[in-house]
Design a binder for this molecule. Structure first.
Ligand code: SF4
Length: 460
C-alpha cells in the first residue's frame, strides 16, 4: 500500500524545523487522502486512484489550489463523489486557516483536525496517530469488530452507547500501549492502530479465522466459544448473564444448527448431538461456570507483570483445537458484535436529477412528467416545449446504502434552425450544461447516471 510508510521521527530533523514541517504535512496529507478513499472502498481499487491523486496534487497546498472539476475528474470511477468535494473543501480551509505558529500546514492534534470539513473523529485519529505519532484512537467497523470480540461485548457497535464504550476502550488501549515508547510521540500509536485495522480486515473478519489470530489468547469471545464447544459439564451454574447491563442475550442456537458448506454431513451429526444439550449448555453463564480457560488466566497474569511485547513462549501457549471445534468457535465468534436490526431502505423514483413524486407511478404519468421536465429546461432560443419524444427505456435500479433508486430515462429530440440559437449553459438553480456525445465518455458522472447514459448511448 503506497500510503504505508515509516514513521517520521522529529529527532532526525533537529535544527531543520521548516523541513520537518514540510515532510510531516506531506505525510499527514497522504494518510488523510488514503483514509478518505478507503471509506467503503477496497484497498486494491484505491491504490491506482491514490497514486494518481498524489502525483497530480502532491501537497495539501496543491489540492487547495486545484480546480474542482479536475478534482472530480481524478476521482471519477471511485464513487461517493462527496468525499472528493469534502477533501477539496478541507484542503482549502486548512490553507485559509494556516496557523502562523507552526511550520506544518496540517495540525497534529485530533481535536484540531476535526475542525476541518470532512475530517471526523476516525480520520482525525488516523492522521494524528499514523503521521504524527500521537496516542489517539481510531474506531472503524474493523476495529469495532476486533474490540467487541476481545471484550466479549455483545452490543450493536453502531449504537451510540456501544460506540462510546468502544471509543473509550480504544483510547485506553492506545494510551497504555504508547507508554512503552520513551517519547511522547512515537511510531507505536500508528502501528497499533494500523495493526488493529489490518487484523479486522484480514483475520478477525465477519467470519473470523481465529486459528491464525495473534491475539487469540486475550480474546474473550474465543474463550467463550471454546468453553461452549468443549461441552464441559457445569456443576455450579452461576447465572450472571442477567447481571450485565450492556450485552444483549446471545442466541447461540444458530451456531449449533448452521453446518459449514464443506463438511455438512459431519457437522450435521455433531449438530444433532449438540442440539440436545444446546439449551442447557450454550449460554455465556456456562462459560463462567466452567471457568476461564487456562491460556486466558495466564495472559492476565502477564498483563499485570507488564511483560510487553509478549514473549515467544507466551505465543506458543495456544491449546491445539480440533478442526470441528475451530469451526464451531469461529461460528460463535462471528455472532459478535450484535448485528444491527435491518432498517427498511427508502425507495425513490427519478429521472436523472429530478425526483418523482409518489403519485407518478404509471408509465403514462412518468412520461407526462418527463415532457414537463424537458419543456422547463433551457437551451437558448430553442423552444423546449416542442421537444420531440423518441423513446423510453427500461427502469434502472441503483441501490445505495440508504436508498433504492429507480431511474427512468427518456430520449427526446430537439431541432434548432441556427447554431447561434443554442446556448450550452443551462440556466436555473441547478448547475447543468448541454454536452455532445463524444464528451460524455470523459464526463464526471455518478455510477447511476453513467448507467443511464450507457442505456441511451447504445441506441444512438
Ligand atoms: S480470536 Fe478470533 S474472534 Fe478473537 S480477535 Fe482473534 S480472530 Fe477475532
Amino acid at each position: 500500500m503506497p500510503w504505508r510508510k515509516r514513521w517520521i521521527d522529529p529527532r532526525e530533523f533537529e535544527g531543520r524545523e521548516e523541513d520537518l514541517g514540510d515532510v510531516l504535512a506531506k505525510r499527514a496529507y497522504e494518510v488523510w487522502v488514503s483514509e478518505v478513499m478507503l471509506q467503503q472502498t477496497r484497498v486494491s481499487t484505491v491504490i491506482p486512484y491514490f497514486n494518481k491523486w498524489i502525483s497530480t496534487w502532491p501537497t495539501v497546498q496543491d489540492l487547495a489550489d486545484a480546480n474542482h472539476d479536475d478534482v472530480l475528474s481524478v476521482w471519477k470511477g471511485l464513487g461517493y463523489y462527496s468525499r472528493a468535494t469534502r477533501l477539496h473543501d478541507g484542503a482549502k480551509a486548512m490553507i485559509a486557516n494556516k496557523s502562523t505558529g507552526s511550520s506544518c500546514l496540517i495540525p497534529s492534534s485530533a481535536t484540531d483536525l476535526q475542525q476541518f470539513p470532512g475530517i471526523g473523529r476516525y480520520t482525525a485519529g488516523a492522521i494524528s496517530s499514523i503521521a504524527f505519532g500521537e496516542a489517539e484512537p481510531v474506531l472503524d467497523g474493523n476495529v469495532a469488530r476486533v474490540l467487541s470480540r476481545q471484550l466479549g461485548l455483545y452490543m450493536d457497535a453502531k449504537e451510540k452507547r456501544a460506540s462510546d464504550i468502544l471509543w473509550e476502550q480504544a483510547d485506553q488501549l492506545i494510551k497504555r500501549v504508547s507508554t512503552y515508547a520513551d517519547t511522547s510521540t512515537s511510531a507505536v500509536p500508528g502501528q497499533w492502530n494500523q495493526a488493529l485495522m489490518e487484523l479486522g480486515s484480514t483475520i478477525c473478519t465477519p467470519r473470523p479465522r481465529c486459528e491464525e489470530c495473534p491475539i487469540q489468547d486475550t480474546c474473550r469471545v474465543y474463550s467463550e466459544g471454546q468453553a461452549l464447544s468443549d461441552k464441559r459439564e457445569s456443576t455450579t451454574v452461576i447465572d450472571i448473564e442477567d447481571a450485565c447491563s450492556l450485552c444483549g442475550p446471545v442466541d447461540t442456537e444458530d451456531v449449533a444448527i448452521a453446518p459449514e458448506e464443506d463438511s455438512r454431513e459431519e457437522t450435521s451429526r455433531a449438530t444433532k448431538k449438540r442440539k440436545t444439550g444446546a439449551k442447557q449448555a450454550n449460554t455465556i453463564s456456562h462459560y463462567f461456570a466452567v471457568g476461564t480457560p487456562k491460556s486466558n488466566a495466564e495472559t492476565e497474569e502477564d498483563e499485570d507483570s507488564g511483560d510487553y511485547p509478549p514473549s515467544d513462549e507466551h505465543r506458543k501457549r495456544k491449546t491445539p483445537t480440533s478442526a470441528a471445534n475451530s469451526k464451531s468457535i469461529a461460528a460463535y465468534c462471528s455472532l459478535f458484535p450484535k448485528k444491527s436490526a435491518k432498517k427498511k431502505v427508502a425507495e425513490e423514483e427519478c429521472f436523472p436529477q429530478c425526483t418523482l413524486s409518489g403519485s407518478q407511478t404509471t408509465p403514462r404519468d412518468r412520461k407526462a412528467s418527463a415532457q414537463g421536465f424537458i419543456s422547463r429546461l433551457d437551451i437558448g432560443n430553442v423552444q423546449m416545449s416542442k421537444a420531440h419524444y423518441v423513446a423510453s427505456f427500461p427502469p434502472l435500479v441503483h441501490v445505495f446504502t440508504h436508498l433504492k433508486l429507480t431511474m427512468h430515462a427518456y430520449r427526446y429530440k430537439i431541432t434548432a434552425d441556427k447554431a447561434e440559437d443554442v446556448d450550452l449553459v443551462c440556466n436555473g438553480p441547478l448547475a447543468r450544461r448541454w454536452t455532445d456525445t463524444e464528451s460524455m465518455d470523459g464526463a464526471t458522472l455518478s455510477t447511476g447516471m453513467r448507467k443511464c447514459w450507457e442505456l441511451i448511448a447504445n441506441t444512438l
